[in-house]
Ligand binder design. Structure first.
Ligand SMILES: [Zn+2]
Length: 145
């Protein structure tokens, strides 16, 4: 098993798949699965990743952590953002930080209580992107507000 250079844990893709199944099976009305997708995508964005991925993931982290959105509400916000794209030109590009936080998907997947573990993971990834946070807020608010 290789250690992922971004989250610094072994076999993170397998853990991500496991966590995806668990959060989808949870069938919760708040749809916490969305947080899994956003945290993983933001943590694993590369400079050559198409910009919509990191942007939507970071918008999801911002809306969840700072605006109190549930996963379902983030999903709806993503749809609204996609609809309004034509008004704003190309998706904004964010420069990924070298460090992606201290919490990896492997640790989250091991936890019994997913909602707390997911939150710690999201906070860790969001903090890692600190330099881009103001731009994420601005670009997201333009499309969602
Ligand atoms: Zn990884």
């Amino acid at each position: 098993m290789a250690v992922c250079p971004l989250c610094k844990t072994e076999d993170c893709e397998a853990a991500y798949h496991e966590l995806t199944i668990r959060t989808l099976q949870a069938g919760d009305s708040s749809f916490m699965h969305q947080h899994t997708v956003d945290a993983y995508t933001a943590q694993h964005a590369r400079p050559d990743t198409p910009p919509i991925g990191p942007f939507f993931a970071l918008a999801g982290l911002y809306l969840a952590l700072e605006e109190g959105f549930t996963g379902r509400e983030v999903q709806l916000a993503h749809m609204a953002m996609a609809k309004r794209k034509g008004e704003f030109g190309p998706w904004p590009v964010f420069t990924p930080p070298l460090s992606r936080g201290d919490v990896g998907v492997v640790q989250v997947a091991k936890e019994e209580s997913l909602s707390e573990a997911l939150r710690r993971w999201m906070e860790s990834v969001w903090t890692a992107w600190e330099v881009e946070q103001a731009k994420v807020r601005f670009e997201t608010d333009r499309l969602v507000g």
